[in-house]
Write a protein that binds this ligand. Structure first.
Ligand SMILES: Cc1ncc(COP(=O)(O)O)c(C=O)c1O
Length: 294
């Protein structure tokens, strides 16, 4: 491992994390004017890197933040892989955090004029999945969705998500399921799927939810296995009639929900479709077991 580890990558330079500095004028710090991604990696292999980069580019374009060349052409992924390896995080499981802000300029609400270079930051961390909750199922609470109406952009403005997650934490539960106009949208950092009569349902990917990379993979894996899926919202009143409920996310994988606000979902244990999709997702994430291995 590199003796200066952990290293980070800031504006084109690898440097020890303890030496990385961002200006107090950075618009990420002052306004939360930026976007981010969290990638997962297993033994140095990044999972669905192109889907994450596509979402990042879309977010940058929507917010009219200049797209750095290394993100436009995807070469930043090579930097991320090198960072994993320099930090020795390519041996087990890890996450990669990537943040891009509009950059650093004297404080004005409108965009700096002339345009400024964005701030680009990458770091890696070792990661341990919640196998315990993936096996047993986790409890959730319902929480009003107090976010803006452009939740499809993965901005660093996470205050409503943070407050919702804290409410879940205060209630000794895993996740807060966000509700708007009586509909279940998503979790504070996850997407939500219900199963009723063999059909998987999740909120449509428009402006009110983040279109999760894991969500899209799980939908594709389900359809490949002949499981019918509808991108159609669930009403809160329908929760009591669900057979199964589960969450998906980059650091959550496929996680069964056993209770919502204390009410047991289905049998209260992970159901067969959740298990099927958990297995399919694990195979996708970790790769097929090596038939040559012991
Ligand atoms: C609000 C929200 N929804 C869903 C997700 C899941 O997205 P992904 O599967 O891309 O991690 C996240 C991830 O952080 C999130 O913050």
């Amino acid at each position: 491992m590199n003796p200066d580890a952990p290293l980070v990558h800031l504006n084109g330079t690898f440097l020890p994390r303890s030496e990385a500095r961002v200006s107090v004028d950075d618009r990420g710090f002052v306004f939360g004017d930026g976007v981010y991604e969290v990638f997962r990696s297993v033994r140095g292999r990044m999972y669905a890197p192109d889907a994450h980069m596509d979402r990042l580019r879309e977010g940058l374009a929507t917010l009219r933040i200049r797209i750095p060349e290394s993100i436009a052409d995807g070469t930043l992924l090579e930097v991320a892989r090198r960072l994993l390896s320099e930090n020795g995080h390519d041996e087990g499981e890890a996450t990669i955090y990537l943040q891009v802000t509009r950059g650093s300029a004297p404080r004005t609400h409108h965009f700096p004029d002339p345009d400024i270079p964005p701030t680009v930051y990458l770091s890696t961390s070792p990661f341990e999945p919640r196998h315990d909750l993936q096996d047993s199922g986790g409890a959730c609470i319902l929480h009003p969705d107090r976010r803006w109406a452009r939740a499809h952009i993965k901005t660093v403005n996470l205050l409503p998500n943070i407050l919702a997650k804290q409410a879940a934490h205060d209630a000794d539960t895993f996740e807060a399921i966000l509700v708007r106009d009586g509909m279940v949208l998503e979790g504070s950092s996850t997407n939500v799927f219900g199963v009723m009569d063999g059909v998987v349902r999740t909120y449509p990917a428009a402006n009110y939810i983040l279109r999760g990379v894991t969500r899209d993979r799980v939908l594709a894996l389900a359809r490949d296995r002949g499981v019918p899926c509808l991108e159609e919202g669930l009403a809160v009143e329908e929760l009591a009639a669900l057979d199964e409920l589960f969450l998906t996310g980059t650091t959550t994988d496929v996680l069964p929900v056993s209770r919502v606000d204390g009410q047991v979902i289905g049998e209260g244990t992970p159901g067969p479709i959740t298990r099927l999709l958990q297995d399919a997702f694990r195979e996708d994430l970790y790769g097929r077991p090596d038939p040559e291995a012991d």
